[in-house]
Write a protein that binds this ligand. Structure first.
Ligand SMILES: [Zn+2]
Length: 91
């Protein structure tokens, strides 16, 4: 088998396309409501309703529940690297 077609090594190189989030970004209002027990949601992740997308300035996370900005990244002059490939682990 050639090095080029080794699926195990190839998947190691793509591990960043699986969920690697270790510091979630949260809406402060959603977080306050969840932690004070004002919701029936099992997790803050389930309670949050975000829109995410590109803007003229950069990239924005918007809370649909509270209609507020959660975070707006500014890219500046340099185009960031983005990878839109969608991988699923075999079951
Ligand atoms: Zn919110």
């Amino acid at each position: 088998m050639s090095k080029k077609n080794n699926p195990v090594k190839d998947i190691d190189k793509l591990s960043h396309l699986f969920n690697q989030i270790n510091e979630p970004i949260v809406c402060v209002k959603c977080s306050d409501e969840f932690t004070s027990g004002q919701t029936d949601s099992k997790s803050l992740q389930d309670y949050s309703k975000f829109d995410v997308g590109f803007t003229n300035r950069g990239f924005q996370i918007w809370c649909r529940r509270h209609n507020v900005n959660v975070c707006h990244f500014k890219f500046g002059d340099k185009q960031p690297e983005a990878d839109f490939r969608c991988l699923e682990k075999r079951k």
